[in-house]
Design a protein around this ligand. Structure first.
Ligand code: NAD
Length: 418
């Protein structure tokens, strides 16, 4: 199987089980399991000491029935064809869940960006961009940041693409710095969107968020901004983790301070106003809300059994394994799951806003962006909650059902070429 990987198996199981639950036409369901195309490239990069190393990069385009391909670029050692394909597949349904007219794609390079100097990272990014240049474009496929990439990386991609085309092409990526045509609120969008869902879930569950606590695994972009928005809603953040370690403070952490510390020291390890804890314990702490916001596959059956939260809000893509999900299905009355394709869809939503603003060369203020994001997230949450309640589906199946129905409806309208 070309696309095989742990995350692809999880995703395939999800597509299969949702299709069966919806009694979906097997021809359509089968089509959704395969990406449209995949590109594997070699990315040679000259290190600062003069040596040349070659990395493997990927861009997978899953389905563009609803609009141009869209999806993040991940720089992480675990990146491989199967993982990128699974993430591209999830993007297709995520875009549909929030109703943006885009398809699903994903890309990445198997590398550890923390081992590169700024100059090396720039060379790696620019070479990768030229390798995939015929695959991407403002009307074709629009990359965005994901794990290990950021607005600066997007700026280098935009510049490389523009140099090759001979004119400025801002629309080729989203998640750009604001000065280059980025959108207000894009950096914060995924974390904020997640919390808009948590607020809606708390209302549904009749929980007072100002009395709640939370722990966050993966204190990066999504983890930080989710934490900040949770703080704004009165939630106390008790624990944070990243690749360097994990910290805990029973009285609550101040995320403006932890951010400053991480920017200065490169990680949360050693943060003085908290005690160090085992990073493996962050997900299973006794907090009302748990936010996995790092890598996939972290909640297996064992972790799922030990979760003590009331709300599991999935910032990371694919954080739950198939076995973990089986346990969560049995624990539905105890743990309310906000699945990844809903919880982290705020990022692609504001990426869509950025693309629209760039196309029109007319930019919106931060309030307008956030108000529109909140409205879209609330509507997506409501649609999925209704499916969950009315059709008696767990939240993950309900979110896949909403996404898959929209994609297959559009596929039927367009018909099969030739
Ligand atoms: P990031 O690189 O900014 O942060 C990732 C964080 O996770 C870092 O702090 C890193 O140290 C930490 N981490 C990595 N491995 C870990 C581990 N094993 N245990 C604990 N921490 C670990 O990345 P991000 O953009 O915040 O993305 C995080 C997750 O959210 C990814 O799964 C990504 O696919 C998903 N996501 C991101 C966006 C976005 O807009 N950035 C949108 C949708 C989904």
């Amino acid at each position: 199987m070309e696309w095989d990987s742990e995350l692809f198996r999880v995703t395939r199981n999800l597509v299969h089980s949702t299709a069966a639950r919806l009694d979906m036409d097997p021809n359509a369901a089968h089509r959704l399991l395969q990406p449209d195309r995949a590109l594997i490239v070699s990315v040679p990069v000259r290190r600062d000491d003069g040596t040349v190393e070659t990395y493997t990069g990927y861009r997978v385009q899953h389905n563009d029935t609803r609009g141009p391909f869209k999806g993040g670029l991940r720089f992480h050692p675990d990146v491989d064809l199967g993982e990128v394909t699974a993430l591209a597949t999830l993007m297709t349904f995520k875009c549909a869940v929030v109703g943006v007219p885009l398809g699903g794609a994903k890309g990445g390079i198997a590398c550890d960006p923390s081992q590169f100097s700024r100059a090396e990272l720039q060379r790696l990014t620019r070479r990768f961009t030229t390798e995939i240049i015929n695959f991407i474009g403002p009307d074709v496929d629009i990359p965005a940041p994901d794990m290990g990439t950021n607005p600066q990386v997007m700026a280098w991609i935009m510049d490389t693409y523009s140099q090759m085309k001979g004119h400025a092409c801002n629309g080729v990526v989203t998640g750009k710095p604001i000065e280059l045509g980025g959108s207000q609120g894009r950096l914060q969008a995924t974390g904020r969107g997640l919390v808009y869902c948590v607020v809606a879930a708390a209302k549904h569950l009749k929980i007072d968020l100002s009395q709640c606590t939370a722990s966050i695994q993966g204190y990066g972009n999504v983890g930080h901004w989710a934490g900040r928005e949770l703080e704004r809603n009165g939630v106390k953040i008790l624990a944070l983790s990243d690749v360097t370690g994990a910290v805990y403070n029973a009285d609550g952490l101040d995320l403006k301070e932890t951010r400053k510390y991480v920017l200065k020291h490169g990680g949360i390890k050693g943060y003085p106003k908290a005690e160090a804890i085992d990073p493996n314990d962050v997900l299973t702490l006794e907090t009302d809300i748990v936010v996995p916001a790092a890598i996939g596959g972290v909640i297996d059956a064992e972790v799922a059994k030990n979760l003590k939260c009331r709300i599991l809000a999935e910032g990371a893509n694919g954080p739950v394994t198939t076995e973990g999900n089986e346990v969560l299905l049995k624990r539905q009355d105890e743990i309310f799951v906000i699945p990844d394709i809903l919880a982290n869809a705020g990022g692609v939503t504001v990426s869509y806003f950025e693309w629209v603003q760039g196309t029109q060369n007319f930019f919106w203020g931060a309030k307008e962006v956030n108000d529109k994001l909140r409205a879209i997230m609330q509507k997506a949450f409501k649609d999925i909650l209704q499916t969950h309640v009315n059709e008696n589906m767990d939240m993950r199946t309900a979110s896949m059902a909403v996404g898959m129905r929209k994609v297959t409806d559009t596929m039927k309208l367009r018909g099969l070429f030739p």
